[in-house]
Design a protein around this ligand. Structure first.
Ligand code: F6R
Length: 609
């Protein structure tokens, strides 16, 4: 999605702007631009379609210089990905430049009004109305003009604006779109994501909805609310540092993040057993959650939705509470049955997924308590929910979710145990035993990370296929769904995931010797059934790659290749069995020459519906 950066201070702005835009690249974009106040006065804008590197080249070839500027990476929503539609956008006078994330819902009517008043529009974007609105409201006070302008906007926005008559000042505001500001001895910074700032300072302020931050070149930031009253938000100290944002020698972030998973699971599981009981201090503020509910509804999108599907099996198995799992974009439009006795668990790595946020709002509107499971401190999901449980994945840069998925699974498994414990659904020593079993997972993942040659062999056997079928049962079925999503999104190889028992009801028609089948055949209560399903696809000529349990030699009779994982109870197997599938998908993407971290058409956080 789009990214915003801005800097005002004592040094040239363009280096920070470009560096920040490079750091935001992972979010996905199709064009980029900067606007910098020139020492001789006026604002210079440079925009390019394509990579930030294109923009960087153009900026370096220009004589653009100045200590205050804003920048943007755009992911087209209104208007094609052209230079004209790229941000920053300027007003008629050329004195005001604006960058914007989000969508202005009433931009058409505003555009018509402003055009009738004589404003000339140069782009097809919704953003341009903001520049003209500020111009229209301007009577010598830039901050006041911005405050008045945004009061006319409907929709979601993160905005940063500069004005040539107010050198060194950046005015920033937001509604339902993340904005973070910070100051240091070098000056003041704004970005849509902390990653662009953290190298300069780790103390940041997450701007509240409708508030305005005024950044000054001495680093001082003033904050006002929508009525113009001064407010004093508390800075938040970000735990991770610039090193965490680097690749640390790995060829891509996805591989780095896959290798971080043992640490992530250790951190996520740490300190959850206190005096023999599973502990969630985060839930204390919402009362007796476990016993005040009749059902659980889990909401998420993409990979986070898959984590929900796994959690359903665990909550139902251990806590014996009925669980429904919903894709957030569907949930919001189908008038679901949510009551004050429904616990809503919203899973979102970024905490900014528009559909998930709306689903949280709707659920709370029906009186339900919503618990967000997220990775990003200060994200919108944390503000919209009754309680927040953070996964300990640290920043995830690669568009494909890997470590956040494993961390979601780990914390949801512990949450399922907590619900079972609080409802007395299983004996306490059983709760402790299950939690104890989870402690083996990090070293099991380390073991898998030493088997990469086998995984590479499997990938080599499959990377030319135009389509891959994934099959599994129960926990293996959900593992397949996530494995297939990983393959599609980063390698662009079509992949289908099916419950193995279901393939004979249609999908088996797809199978021939050109469609490899990945089968989850780990030790489980349905192992024999999966073997039968493998035989069915083998009989139709498919090459079969199995994910199986270490030591299972028997499986080799039915399959062509095997990726092993250590022995683990089936209810925790999605956590470990997902790891070879992540590596398998990545390897196929690499063999096909794909940009693993930045797959086409995708963005890291999906802040539009
Ligand atoms: C796939 C992936 C996406 C996200 C989805 C939800 O690898 O990353 O499917 O899982 O866009 O994002 P969050 O979890 O940020 O709400």
């Amino acid at each position: 999605m789009c990214g915003i950066v801005g800097f005002t201070g004592r040094q040239d702005a363009k280096d920070f702007l470009l560096d920040g835009l490079f750091k935001l690249e992972y979010r996905g974009y199709d064009s980029a631009g900067v606007a910098v106040e020139q020492p001789k006065g006026g604002i210079e804008v440079i925009r390019r379609v394509g990579m930030v590197a294109e923009l960087a080249r153009a900026v370096k070839e220009s004589d653009i210089a100045g200590k205050c500027g804003i920048g943007h990476t755009r992911w087209a929503t209104h208007g094609a990905a052209t230079e004209n539609n790229a941000h920053p956008h300027i007003d008629c006078s050329g004195k005001i430049a604006v960058v914007h994330n989000g969508i202005i819902e009433n931009y058409m009517e505003l555009r018509e009004e402003l055009t009738a008043k004589g404003h000339t529009f140069r782009s097809d974007t919704d953003t341009e109305v903001i520049a003209h609105l500020i111009e229209e409201c301007y009577e010598g006070d830039f901050v006041e003009a911005t405050r008045k302008a945004i009061s006319k906007l409907r929709g979601a926005y993160g905005v940063a604006a500069i004005h040539a008559d107010h050198p060194g000042v950046i005015v920033v505001t937001r509604k339902d779109s993340p904005i973070v500001v910070a100051s240091s001895v070098k000056g003041a910074f704004v970005a849509s994501d902390t990653v662009a700032i953290v190298e300069h300072t780790r103390d940041v302020v997450y701007l509240d909805d409708d508030n305005i931050a005024v950044l000054n070149p001495d680093g001082h930031i003033d904050f006002i609310d929508a009525d113009g009253n001064a407010v004093y938000p508390e800075p938040v100290h970000v735990e991770w540092d610039a090193e965490a944002a680097g690749r640390s020698g790995f060829p891509d972030f996805m591989l780095k993040e896959i290798y971080e998973q043992p640490r992530v699971i250790r951190d996520t599981l740490a300190d959850r057993l206190v005096d023999g009981k599973i502990s969630f201090p985060e839930l204390e503020s919402v009362g007796n959650l476990a016993n005040d509910i009749d059902s659980v509804t889990i909401i998420g999108c993409g990979t986070s939705y898959h984590a929900g599907l796994i959690a359903r099996q665990l909550i139902e198995k251990w806590a014996r509470i009925p669980v429904s799992v919903e894709i957030a974009s569907e949930f919001r439009y189908r008038n679901p049955i949510i009551t004050p006795r429904t616990l809503v668990i919203a899973i979102t790595q970024s905490g900014e997924t528009a559909d998930t946020l709306e689903a949280i709002k709707q659920s709370r509107g029906n009186g339900a308590k919503a618990v967000a499971i997220t990775n990003v401190v200060g994200s919108r999901a944390t503000r919209e929910s009754d309680a927040v449980i953070y996964i300990k994945a640290n920043m995830e840069v690669s568009v494909a979710a890997t470590k956040s998925f494993l961390a979601q699974n780990a914390i949801l498994a512990v949450l399922a145990l907590y619900l079972a414990q609080e409802r007395g659904a299983i004996p306490q020593d059983e709760v402790c035993k299950l939690y104890g079993e989870m402690q083996a997972i990090p070293s099991q993942i380390e073991w898998i990370l030493h088997q990469t040659n086998d995984i590479k062999r499997c990938a080599k056997a499959c990377y030319k296929a135009h389509s891959v079928m994934y099959i599994g049962r129960q926990f293996g079925d959900v593992t397949c769904k996530e494995g297939a999503l990983k393959l599609k999104e980063i390698s662009y190889v079509h992949a289908e995931a099916y419950a193995a028992g279901e393939i004979k009801h249609g999908p088996i028609a797809l199978i021939d010797d050109t469609v490899p089948v990945v089968a989850i055949a780990t030790k489980s209560s349905t192992y024999e059934k999966v073997i039968s399903n493998i035989e069915e696809v083998k009989a139709r000529g498919a090459k079969v790659v199995a994910v199986a349990t270490e030591g299972d030699e028997h499986i080799k009779r039915y399959t062509d290749l095997v990726m092993y994982i250590p022995d683990i109870p089936e209810y925790f197997s999605p956590i470990t069995a997902s790891v070879p599938l992540q590596l398998f998908a990545r390897e196929i993407a690499v063999l096909n020459g794909r940009d693993v971290d930045k797959p086409r058409n995708l963005a890291k956080s999906v802040t539009v519906e």
